[in-house]
Design a protein around this ligand. Structure first.
Ligand code: BEZ
Length: 234
């Protein structure tokens, strides 16, 4: 059999398709999630401490992602029964930083064959040949990969940043704007750069006062947190 290639999907590409067994039954990815945002993420292994803290954090935030029309889908190179046993242990036994009784209701893919992990470039041999790195794929409602994050085995992810990325992508799409460094909902947003000398002049003349222009190519406007929150997830 030909060895499966460890490809690296890229931003802007269609998310590679696969069928898989999960803790919530079989899934056909990404077709089953058309019309929703999806965060497909991998973790190195069940019954490991960093991964346990990550799952508890995602589990605690599940309603926030649901409100943003986003489905979480996890994966590791472990079997189904290991996944089930680990998720049961998390719910029944782990009390960590005020989080306890956390039930993971989103699907966790079993991938002992590494088929999905390799399809998504989650196995990075310099880090581990047998465990997936901590990858996060943000996939939009049309099945297009919009952001990819990779973290090493030893470092737990920042789940506020994962939510910020999702809200940033949805805000950029909904309002036709770009978002500056460290943007959070309620901060000023960047309007598209002037595409003609006339617009560049208008902006620098600043007659309406709606924009703040730092130079002709760099203008921002207000976008309230309420406006952002009322639009996202719809
Ligand atoms: C962990 O989740 O604790 C972990 C997993 C693999 C390597 C190192 C740490």
């Amino acid at each position: 059999m030909m060895e499966e290639m460890n490809v690296m999907p890229r931003i802007g590409e269609q998310a590679p398709s696969f069928e898989a067994v999960t803790t919530q039954g079989k899934i056909n990815f990404p077709v089953d999630y058309r019309g929703k945002w999806v965060i497909l993420f991998s973790h190195p292994a069940d019954f490991t401490p960093v991964c346990t803290t990550e799952f508890m954090t995602f589990g605690k935030m599940a309603a926030e992602y649901e409100a943003l029309n986003c489905q979480l889908v996890g994966l590791s190179i472990d079997g189904l029964y290991s996944h089930i046993a680990w998720l049961r242990t998390i719910k029944d036994k782990i009390d960590y930083k005020g989080m306890k009784d956390i039930e993971i209701k989103f699907p966790l893919i079993e991938d002992v064959s590494m088929h999905v992990a390799k399809l998504y470039g989650m196995v990075q041999p310099g880090e581990s040949e047998t465990q997936a790195v901590r990858a996060v794929f943000f996939i939009d409602p049309k099945g297009i990969i919009r952001t990819i994050l990779y973290y090493p085995l030893s470092l737990g992810r920042n789940f506020d940043e994962i939510k910020r990325v999702l809200m940033g992508l949805q805000t950029a799409d909904n309002f036709g704007v770009a978002l500056p460094a460290d943007w959070r909902p309620g901060d000023d947003v960047i309007v598209p750069t002037a595409g003609s000398c006339g617009v560049a002049k208008e902006r620098m003349d600043n007659k309406t006062g709606e924009l703040i222009c730092y130079d002709w190519f760099f203008c921002t406007r207000k976008l309230s947190k309420e406006e952002v929150e009322s639009k996202l997830g719809k």
